[in-house]
Design a binder for this molecule. Sequence first.
Ligand SMILES: Cc1cc2nc3c(=O)[nH]c(=O)nc-3n(C[C@H](O)[C@H](O)[C@H](O)COP(=O)(O)OP(=O)(O)OC[C@H]3O[C@@H](n4cnc5c(N)ncnc54)[C@H](O)[C@@H]3O)c2cc1C
Length: 461
Amino acid sequence: MLMKNNLIDSLERILPRKNILSQIEERYVYSQDASNLPDIKNIADAVVFVESIEQVQEVVKLAAKYKIPVICRGAGTNVVGACLIEHGGIVLNFSKMNKIIEINPKNMTARVQSGVIVGELQNEVEKYGLYYPPDPSNLAVSTIGGSIAQSSGGAKTFKYGSTKDYVIDMKVVMANGEILQTGASTIKNATGYNLGSLFVGSEGTLGIVVEATLKLIPKPETRQVLMAYFDKIEDAVSAVDEIIDEKVFPATIDFMDKNAIQTVEKFFPSGLLTDKEAALIIEIDGFLEAVKHQSEIILSILKKANASAIQYSTNENEYNKIWKARRSSMGACAKLKPNVTTDDVIVPRQNLAKLVLGIRRICEKYKLEVCMVGHVGDGSVHPQIPIDYSDEDEYKRFKLAKSEIYDLTANLDGILSGEHGIGALKRDYIHLVVNPLALEYMRMIKKTFDPDNILNPYKIF
Ligand SMILES: Cc1cc2nc3c(=O)[nH]c(=O)nc-3n(C[C@H](O)[C@H](O)[C@H](O)COP(=O)(O)OP(=O)(O)OC[C@H]3O[C@@H](n4cnc5c(N)ncnc54)[C@H](O)[C@@H]3O)c2cc1C
């Protein structure tokens, strides 16, 4: 084992000194993430800001030689403890590897470094009339590397799929420092195993993504967002079914419950109607005439489905205002108590009502506040629970509620994450939804790719 001082000396031979953080305060800051867990078990031995693939390789070779954990970090916004430092190690920070290397309009692809911010990539490709749909609500800060590692989704997954559907090629630094290329610049590929799919969603446990080629699609000509309010939560959920039954295909069918609406309105006034039980946020995009046509169909479905009020955007400002309100929900909820947690349970859509109402019931039983949002078109629900960790009784009730929510999800044929990942937070529950043989094969894959268990060790399982 390398002593900490020797580790810093060795890193200085690879990287400029200014790219290495070694003070305890600095290392502490980079040892937590947006999971907001009450106790930090361990902190990093060093934090390094890498600027090239070669630097990543050299750091990993050093870590491999001395069997030191390597924990990648994009923006640290994952909510499952995927960046927590449980066994010491080196934090590999990608914020300086943030270049868009190429946008290729002919191929409709973009090649990027891992630290590129998702929202910035979206803005850049839109200048070429192109579109990168994956849109985690915090796309203004989260990185491509982090969203590949967590297989991030977002509201537009309903129509366009999630990150996994857009990664066509990657350069990955493996646990021994070698570089592996997973695919090609072609938008389809049936040449051998789909190695790329193993890295997407692997939470930095199988390899380190240093470059990615992403598929783009044409930017829809226009878009409109409708916010439909309901006096009963059940009506909102059945409106989702009715839209789907009608075979219209909005880009999003998102959800906010009354607590989420009221909390956003309290801290970020946005003109939301706070006396309603629930709202659906439905975006329609495409050619202008098609958007008008779909909008008429959806409005008539919503009225029949007992929507008691409907707001809709007539320009980009109004469009952004509605989405800003929805995306502010976790930030608003964080203001209710010293901490906030979120979750990411998902069920087959036919079981959505049982999941939403069941989560409410469980939170009531344990006297917990909950602001519920979700990408309900996918069957995905994010219960955001504000919490004061210094209140031991509340924390105990919270843990019991979480465990019941996971049991409920499993009983409804659901899974524990549709887009946030498992990290350290949910690994004790993964067996509820992944069968033992599948878990055994996952462990064998980990062992093959990372025999010394240095890449983000013990995350996922
Ligand atoms: C307010 C809020 C709203 C959110 N909304 C959504 C949402 O709507 N949909 C959604 O899907 N998610 C959402 N998330 C979760 C979060 O956005 C994603 O998990 C995010 O994409 C993580 O990106 P990051 O850059 O912060 O990654 P980090 O948190 O830094 O890292 C996440 C994981 O990726 C690994 N990693 C990072 N870079 C690399 C790399 N180059 N190679 C290999 N592994 C790497 C890390 O080790 C870690 O395991 C939300 C989070 C917050 C705080």
